[in-house]
Ligand binder design. Structure first.
Ligand code: XIL
Length: 332
C-alpha cells in the first residue's frame, strides 16, 4: 500500500481536499478518507446553496459532507460566508425588488441580511465546522485602498468585512476565522492583503488567519515568491492556511493537450514537491494545506479559465497516484 498523504505530513499540518457530495457517496470516499484528514465543501456552503431565497436555509448537501467527515474523522473547512460570486440576486435588491444603489438604507438592509445569513449558517453547524473562510476574494491590488469594487463594497464599504467577522465570532466564539484570497503570492496583492489584515486586527476585528488559495501552475509562481508570501504574514502572528491548491498543467489559456505529456506531469511533481517543501519549512505558521479537488476526474479547471481537460491534482482520472503524489509523499 502506498503511504497516506495525511500520515506523511502529520507532523506539519492537516491535509485536505475540496469535495462534492456525489464523491463521498460514490467510490471516491475511500480514497479521500485514506489520504486526507480535512475536507472543504466545494460549493455547498456558498450563499446560493445555503440561502437561495431570503430566510429559507437549505443545508442538505453540506450536511451530507459534514456527516461524512464526522464518520471518517476528518475536519471541515467552511467555505465561504461572503463572496462576490455564487450569491443570489435577492441579496442586493432593495425592498421594491430593484438593484440596490449606495444609500444608507440599502447599506443597513444589506448588513442585516449578511448578519442573518451568518447567524443561520454558522449557527447551524456550531462546533462541527471549526474554521470558516469568512470573506473570500475581497482584495483588489489595483485599488489604492486594496478593496475589490464588488456589490458588497459599493453598498457597504469595508463595513461588510467588519460585520462578517464580528458576527461570525459572536456566533462561533471558538471557530478560526479566515480571510481567503487568490494570487496572494503576487507582491502587490500580498502587500494589500497584509495591510488590510493589519488594519482590521488593529481595529479589533477578529481575523485569525490568512487563506492562500494557491491556484498555481507548472511554472508559476517561483519558490522564492511563495516563500515571501508566507514570510510576509508571520510578523502579524496570524495562522496561515493553503486553502485551494492545484497545479495546472497549462501556463496560458491557448494550450490544450489531448493527454497530459509525461514530461509535464514530471514537472508538476517537482512543483508539488518544491511548494510543499516551502509549506513544511513554515509549518509553525501553517495549520492546514487543502487541495481544490481529490483526483483529476473532477476539477474546476476543466472549465476555467477556458474549457479544456486539466490534470492539476495528486491522483489521476482513474484515481491512481500520479508523479505529483510522489512529489509530495517522497520529496527525496
Ligand atoms: C469553484 C468550484 O470548484 C466550482 O465547482 C464552481 O463552479 C465555481 O467555484 N476560488 C474559490 C472557489 O474560492 O470557491 C472556487 O470554486 C474556485 C476559485
Amino acid at each position: 500500500d502506498i503511504p497516506a498523504v495525511k500520515d506523511v505530513l502529520a507532523d506539519h499540518f492537516t491535509v485536505g481536499a475540496a469535495v462534492e457530495p456525489a464523491q463521498v457517496l460514490g467510490n471516491h470516499g475511500q480514497l479521500l478518507a485514506r489520504h486526507f484528514n480535512s475536507i472543504t465543501p466545494g460549493n455547498q456552503l456558498k450563499w446560493d446553496a445555503t440561502e437561495p431565497t431570503e430566510g429559507a436555509f437549505r443545508f442538505g448537501d453540506a450536511d451530507t459532507l459534514v456527516a461524512w467527515a464526522k464518520a471518517n474523522g476528518a475536519a471541515v473547512r467552511g467555505h465561504t460566508l461572503v463572496w462576490h460570486q455564487q450569491t443570489p440576486a435577492w441579496v442586493f435588491q432593495d425592498a421594491s425588488g430593484a438593484e440596490m444603489t449606495a444609500t444608507p438604507e440599502n447599506k443597513a438592509l444589506l448588513l442585516a441580511r449578511l448578519e442573518a445569513h451568518i447567524r443561520g449558517v454558522v449557527g447551524h453547524y456550531g462546533d462541527d465546522i471549526p474554521v470558516w473562510d469568512v470573506v473570500n476574494e475581497v482584495v483588489d491590488e489595483n485599488q489604492a485602498d486594496g478593496l475589490r469594487r464588488s456589490r458588497w463594497f459599493e453598498i457597504a464599504g469595508l463595513d461588510y468585512v467588519r460585520t462578517a467577522f464580528r458576527v461570525a465570532r459572536e456566533v462561533a466564539p471558538t471557530a478560526e476565522l479566515v480571510i481567503n484570497d487568490y494570487n496572494t503570492n503576487v507582491p502587490a496583492k500580498r502587500d494589500k492583503l497584509h495591510d488590510l489584515v493589519a488594519l482590521l486586527r488593529a481595529e479589533g476585528v477578529p481575523v485569525d488567519a490568512v487563506g492562500h488559495q494557491m491556484h498555481v501552475n507548472v511554472q508559476w509562481p517561483s519558490v522564492a515568491e511563495t516563500e515571501a508570501m508566507i514570510a510576509k504574514f508571520t510578523p502579524l502572528g496570524v495562522d496561515q492556511q493553503i486553502t485551494e491548491m492545484d497545479v495546472s498543467i497549462y501556463t496560458d489559456s491557448s494550450q490544450s493537450y489531448p493527454t497530459p505529456p509525461a514530461d509535464v506531469l514530471r514537472t508538476q511533481a517537482y512543483r508539488y514537491r518544491d511548494l510543499f517543501e516551502v509549506y513544511k519549512r513554515h509549518s509553525a505558521s501553517i495549520s492546514s494545506v487543502t487541495l481544490w479537488g481529490l483526483a483529476d476526474d473532477n476539477t474546476w479547471l476543466d472549465a476555467f479559465p477556458v474549457t479544456r481537460k486539466d490534470h492539476p491534482l495528486l491522483f489521476d482520472t482513474r484515481l491512481q497516484a500520479k508523479d505529483a503524489y510522489w512529489g509530495v509523499v517522497d520529496p527525496d
